[in-house]
Design a protein around this ligand. Structure first.
Ligand SMILES: Cc1cc2nc3c(=O)[nH]c(=O)nc-3n(C[C@H](O)[C@H](O)[C@H](O)COP(=O)(O)OP(=O)(O)OC[C@H]3O[C@@H](n4cnc5c(N)ncnc54)[C@H](O)[C@@H]3O)c2cc1C
Length: 462
């Protein structure tokens, strides 16, 4: 067994709790880590692609520090992997299963193309549980979060696997591209340098972030909703690229819960939302494209418009919405409460098709996750799995009073601060922004709400 085991990496750029890596090592073969810039990865939107490039850079350096390497190659995955297998005499291929439709198609193509020449092992490890593992009593998929959570909680979560610090290198390495030649930040323009200041990249940084977060987990229940403080974990960007495993977060939260830390249970519940999103995406692969709830094709969603563009640019005249959209463009993330407020404003007050908002988040989020983004956009828009769907129309003004009572969040993004200046340096010059104080609101809040409810009533009647 001299031929290596290829470890095909995608969104699992870590050495800890990595079932595919553990299995590749356990095979007794040298391990050959490979990343392929395939057409699916080429198609990533600007911020996720740039952030993936940063993740690859840090992970490759970590492997090199251990005497290993990350082989980078470009082209359709099946062809590239077959070529590497041929050149190195590889006997096995290990990968971590992803759950979105394009990745599933790609994995199936690769398994079919390479299955004749070597053994293909597809592992779980992207979520707490495989997406189809949690089932209703009748064996179906959950459509509502709370029973899904109850089932997950009852089932428990397996402990994380140990961290590997020693990878047996192959005798010869195949050739590799240079990451800098891929220019993965090209579509970010000058925004990349700005967002970089807010990004926390790599497995070691993610582990440190988790340790720090756990020490103030008791602040989480308030921080989860309060927009002024920064008391959430911030770990979504690391989970997205697999720089930390979901089970590691779960068990850190569980240990805190067992120590009596207030807020730990809420953190576990939030983490389980990510699994719920992947569960839904697995069972409903068109979740990012089509309304989850039947009958919503008739809803009079508006297409893209100057109002939607004002929303993207943080120029709606609603201070909390504009602050949040500026946070998104500058940092590549946004507080969860702000995501709900901005998504509700776009889909309800501006009656804009949720897919237009989903695409902008996809373009700008460094924690973009195909499942969480789709589930949450549909949930807020009212066409997704929510018990009180369209009637929940967030009033941005009252949300701001309640969750940003001291105006810290709004001031941070709308007055002359380091953050607000960073936003101005990140945006394209063509945006020609008006000062926040001078923007007339796009629509009155009551008017927007009444219009949205009338549209819903029209859909129901028609
Ligand atoms: C319209 C909209 C779009 C969103 N798009 C994304 C996205 O593309 N990627 C993404 O990771 N999250 C998305 N979310 C969910 C949530 O806003 C982020 O996960 C959260 O803000 C990340 O910050 P954090 O890591 O500090 O979270 P914490 O509060 O520390 O939570 C811990 C982890 O739990 C998970 N989590 C928490 N809330 C949710 C949720 N509502 N849905 C799914 N998982 C959750 C995340 O993995 C998060 O990292 C979206 C929410 C909305 C309303």
């Amino acid at each position: 067994m001299t031929g290596p085991a290829i470890l095909w990496l995608r969104r699992d750029l870590r050495l800890s709790d990595h079932p595919a890596l553990s299995a590749a090592i356990a095979s007794g073969r040298p391990v050959l880590p490979v990343f392929v810039l395939d057409p699916e990865t080429e198609a990533l939107a600007a911020a996720p692609k740039w952030r993936l490039g940063r993740a690859l850079e840090v992970f490759a350096a970590r492997l090199e520090g251990m005497g290993s390497r990350l082989i980078l190659r470009r082209g359709p995955a099946a062809g590239v992997l077959a070529e590497i297998a041929e050149a190195t005499g590889a006997g096995e291929l290990h990968l971590t299963r992803l759950h979105d439709a394009p990745s599933r198609r790609r994995d199936a193509d690769v398994a079919e193309a390479l299955g004749k020449r070597l053994t293909v092992h597809i592992h779980d490890g992207h979520t707490l549980h495989p997406p189809e593992a949690i089932r209703t009593k009748t064996g179906g998929a959950y459509k509502v979060y709370t029973p899904f959570w109850n089932a997950l909680r009852q089932r428990g979560v397996a402990p994380p696997l140990p961290t590997h610090r020693d990878l047996r290198a192959p005798a010869d390495w195949p050739r590799s591209d240079r990451l800098s030649d891929w220019d993965m930040g090209r579509a970010m323009d000058r925004g990349a340098a700005v967002v970089n200041e807010w990004a926390t990249v790599g497995e070691e940084a993610a582990a440190l972030r988790l340790r720090r977060f756990i020490t103030h987990l008791d602040r989480y229940p308030a921080g989860r909703d309060g927009m002024g403080a920064r008391d959430t974990s911030g770990l979504s960007e690391n989970l997205t690229y697999g720089e930390i495993g979901a089970r590691t977060l779960w068990h850190a939260g569980l240990a805190a819960l067992q120590d009596g830390t207030r807020g730990a249970e809420i953190f576990l519940r939030e983490l389980a939302w990510r699994d719920f999103a992947h569960h839904l995406l697995w069972h409903v692969p068109h979740l990012p494209e089509r309304n989850w709830r039947d009958g919503w094709e008739r809803f009079p969603w508006r297409p893209d418009s100057p109002e939607a563009e004002a929303w993207r640019r943080g120029q709606t005249g609603e201070p909390i919405v504009d602050a949040a959209m500026r946070e998104l463009f500058t940092t590549g993330t946004m507080h969860n409460r702000a995501r709900m407020i901005t998504a509700s404003y776009l889909t309800k007050h501006l009656l804009t098709d949720w897919r237009i908002g989903l695409r902008w988040f996809e373009e700008t989020l460094i924690d973009w996750d195909p499942a969480s983004n789709a589930l949450n956009w549909q949930w807020v828009a009212g066409c997704g799995p929510d018990a009180s769907p369209f009637f929940r129309i967030f009033n941005p003004a009252t949300q701001a009073e309640r969750f940003d009572p001291e105006r810290r969040y709004r001031d941070r993004w709308l007055t002359d601060t380091r953050e607000a200046r960073a936003f101005l340096s990140a945006v394209p010059r063509s945006w020609s922004l008006a000062p926040p104080a001078r923007i007339t609101p796009l629509i009155g809040l009551k008017e927007g709400r009444d219009r949205a409810l009338a549209a819903l009533a029209g859909m129901r009647e028609g």
